[in-house]
Design a binder for this molecule. Structure first.
Ligand SMILES: Cc1cc2nc3c(=O)[nH]c(=O)nc-3n(C[C@H](O)[C@H](O)[C@H](O)COP(=O)(O)OP(=O)(O)OC[C@H]3O[C@@H](n4cnc5c(N)ncnc54)[C@H](O)[C@@H]3O)c2cc1C
Length: 477
């Protein structure tokens, strides 16, 4: 008999754990509260337009996440840039936006970024020269050192000669979106993971990947298909209300009534949902109570559809503007289904081709660390962001906005502030057979897709070690 394993939570962490455990021969049941898999990476249909609630990107260094994409058969639908290449815009005098291009060379890291940084026009010459100081000092920062996790990234940068301008116009560009917290306020440990991997690692580590399919299809639908193929059972719209120790295993109570038993459990839900589901004694009470200290940080996406193209690159970053990053979602959403000859992979499944509006362009502004926007009515965001886009894209000044809407993820990530590292648990608990997963757990990575996948793999490794017997491993491979 294969051990029975319940995976609770069908985000990337749960999907990954369920796949890995099913591949190892376990009898896996995945329980997900919502009517779909994918967790925070999800899409919805808005009158035929396929919308991701939050624009996601990944980097070349996200090896675990890319491994999951490969397993799901989705690599070709999540292309990486050939070389890191980001256009940075700022409003300019006389209505002409200022423009920079941060593009890496083929040189090995960290030399690959030096030419672009040396030309970066939004910093003074002295500020450009000073950038190498923290970049090199970062080599000696150990993200695993608890003392490092107590420091603010902004203080550390300032102590290494980074002016307010350099922090806002350069470091924030990447740290705010990677860590979803105002740059100065981020944990130095998590910032160090990002900088060391992305800037000081291999020269292709920071190359940016953007999905060419809606996330719901890329992760949720593809995950469900693979899990079915592996013989795992997926129960959607199935919220777990309690996990209790049972006869040599666990009893899992369902919110809608009923229960199931399992030999082992992967609890792959966000920290605020995990705490009440922890059986007594599985971890010290103060540890579980401490998870609340991880808090939450919002991400808001502002979606704007124009009656004509206004932005050329697939995405741009902005400084000196409320706009942070803007993505062209015309093709992915199915908006241009009829005029661009797009692959339409997603559109056809969701009926998005009905939404085809030749010549229109759909931009999504992704706002990280969006505490100031999370509760602002859409009409007020429109008053702020439509003019802000017009400052960056002159073509938008003549264009009509045909649709404007806002998606808000108030608990997009935990608050990746100093001290958060100490609150993140390892996968193993004191109760054999119960393991934790989720991007919020102690992966060493920020709360990202890569972190989620790593946590799912770590949970599976722990259960392979403790629950799955040698004879079951590989049975189904
Ligand atoms: C708007 C937004 C933008 C982002 N941008 C990026 C980005 O660009 N790059 C990047 O790498 N990361 C990004 N992230 C972060 C990334 O999405 C997350 O780190 C990752 O998806 C978390 O995965 P997870 O499986 O740990 O958790 P989740 O995705 O939260 O999955 C947990 C699942 O558990 C389910 N659940 C909860 N309670 C129960 C219960 N009682 N019973 C059953 N099921 C339950 C939930 O419904 C959910 O599906 C972004 C997140 C958001 C919200």
């Amino acid at each position: 008999m294969s051990p029975t394993i319940a995976v609770i939570g069908g985000g990337l962490a749960g999907i990954t754990a369920a796949i890995a455990l099913a591949e190892s021969g376990a009898d896996v049941t995945l329980l997900e509260a919502r009517p779909r898999l994918g967790g925070a990476t999800c899409s919805f249909n808005r009158d035929g337009l396929i919308v991701d609630t939050g624009q996601h990107v990944f980097l070349g260094c996200c090896s675990a996440y890319r491994g999951l994409l490969a397993k799901l058969g989705m690599t070709e639908h999540a292309p990486l840039q050939r070389r890191f290449d980001v256009t940075v815009l700022a409003p300019g005098a006389g209505g002409q936006p200022r423009r920079a291009r941060l593009r890496r060379t083929a040189l090995p890291g960290p030399l690959h970024m030096l030419p672009a940084l040396g030309r970066y026009p939004f910093l003074s010459r002295a500020e450009r020269v000073s950038v190498s100081r923290p970049a090199l000092a970062m080599r000696r920062v150990d993200p695993a050192d608890p003392a490092v996790d107590q420091q603010r990234f902004g203080d550390w940068l300032a102590a290494r000669g980074q002016s307010e301008r350099a922090r806002r116009a350069l470091w924030d560009l990447f740290s705010v979106s990677a860590l979803n917290i105002a740059g100065d306020d981020a944990s130095l440990a998590l910032a160090a993971t990002v900088v060391k991997t992305g800037l000081l690692g291999q020269n292709n580590a920071a190359d940016i990947g953007v999905a060419a399919l809606p996330l719901g299809e890329l992760h949720g639908d593809a995950g469900a298909t693979l899990l079915a193929k592996l013989g795992a059972q997926v129960c959607l719209a199935t919220k777990v209300s309690a996990v209790e120790p049972g006869d040599g295993g666990f009893v899992i109570r369902l919110a809608q009534g009923g229960e199931m038993t399992a030999d082992a459990v992967v609890l792959a839900v966000p920290h605020e949902k995990a705490a009440p589901l922890m059986p007594p004694g599985a971890l010290p009470e103060e540890t579980v109570a401490g998870w609340a200290g991880l808090g939450a940080s919002p991400i808001v996406n502002v979606h704007v559809i124009y009656d004509r193209p206004v932005m050329d690159p697939p995405f741009v970053a902005a400084i000196d503007s409320p706009v942070q990053w803007v993505f062209d979602r015309t093709r992915i959403s199915g908006l241009s289904a009829s005029n661009h000859g797009a692959s339409n992979h997603g559109a056809s499944n969701h009926g998005a081709s009905n939404h085809g509006r030749p010549g229109h362009q759909y931009l999504a502004i992704s706002l990280s660390a969006a505490d100031d926007y999370a509760d602002v009515p859409a009409a007020r965001l429109r008053e702020q962001f439509v003019p802000a886009l017009a400052e960056l894209f002159p073509a938008a000044r003549q264009a009509q906005v045909t649709e404007f809407f806002v998606t808000r993820e108030r608990r997009a990530t935990f608050r990746q502030a100093p001290g958060s590292g100490a609150l993140r648990p390892k996968p193993a608990t004191r109760r054999p057979g119960l393991v934790l997963a989720g991007a919020w757990t102690d992966t060493g990575w920020p709360d990202t897709m890569e972190g989620a996948v790593r946590s799912g793999l770590a949970a599976a490794v722990e259960l392979r070690r403790t629950v799955l017997t040698a004879s079951t491993i590989g049975e189904r491979q």
